[in-house]
Ligand binder design. Sequence first.
Ligand code: DSN
Length: 417
Amino acid sequence: MLGYWKYLENSDPEIYGLIQREEHRQQSMLEMIASENHASPAVLVAAGSCLTNKYAEGLPGRRYYGGCEHVDDVETLAINRCKKLFGCDHANVQPHSGTQANMAVYFSQLKPGDTVLAMDLAHGGHLSHGFRLNFSGNLYNFVSYGVKRDTETIDYDQIATLAKEHKPKLIVCGASAYPRTIDFEKIAEIAKENGAKVLADIAHIAGLVCTGFHMDPIPCCEFVTSTTHKTLRGPRAGTVMCKAEYAKSINSAVFPGMQGGPLCHVIAAKAVAFAEALRPDFKTYAKQIITNCQVLADELTSKGFRLCSGGTDNHLVLVDLRQYNAELTGAMAETLLHDAGIVVNKNLIPYDTRSAQETSGVRIGTPALTTRGLKEEHIKQIANWIDKVLSSGGDEKIISNVRNETAELCRQFPIPG
Ligand code: DSN
């Protein structure tokens, strides 16, 4: 692969230089965006391979192009590994992203205007769960449920009430900023009582689900979608799983319904990632993500930060900054921490009174740091730095001292590979 890098450097020094700078950024900063991770070199090599040259519309053995013998084998391996990893009846590994995996389920099950129940984006849901500016909110009649004001946990009674009232065809569960376990069984029960099907979008928690550290939606939900790059630590892409009876409709919703040629190089990288996730050390990693996150939650709480829902069961915490400093917005905190070498994202908290550009919260996750090998003692140190930076009032000296310390920790724990 080194030869390829030399080739890029000579033929396009501008892009080469930018990739080098991004690599340096990733190496020298503490990545705490809950949806990001560091894919293995094996995943990166597969994603950067000559498979990008191949057209393979259709499915293995039933393509619309010649020369698919090797990509057929690649995709078959990816499908079989995905099925083994999650224990699902059927998998289609062609969706380019999590949103497209969701789109495949919608296209296979719904007609425009049909009613769907899903978690409000402002309470931790996702754009593709019916946000009005997203295709989902445009095409379908989404009704939102949320979290309770007092506990900030999913209001299952509200789901039951709304399901009874609106009789949705589909209930979507899964979130992008929810720190607690999602009770898929309870939601499936509500759906059954009201004649709805369930889509569990496990994009964030897939790496925890496949290792047994989060409730498994596969037995009780008709459809399960995921991205492959978050806790699962594969390439940037999606996958969709379903019960056997929906296999055909999901396959045709993906192609020709919403995509043309699959990204064979990315499918190869997904296959590599699924194999990595089947290994015993992946379970150790998944467990450590949660341990690290719980330490982060305890440490931040002890420093006066209020955590939405009071803590975490998974890979992220959602910090409400208002108690710590009423003037400090999520946007300000994101910038201050970035300057100190800690990368997080501003995030709305439930019932936030600030805009999505400002926010009253930040979302902080532990998957990428866990991949780097960081353990409890390092997380305690990072919580100290977060406190130091956010109480600094923007003091440049304090921030630059922390920046030196985070860079040193990054040097001690290089990104694997
Ligand atoms: N944008 C992703 C996240 O950060 O959670 C979800 O797609």
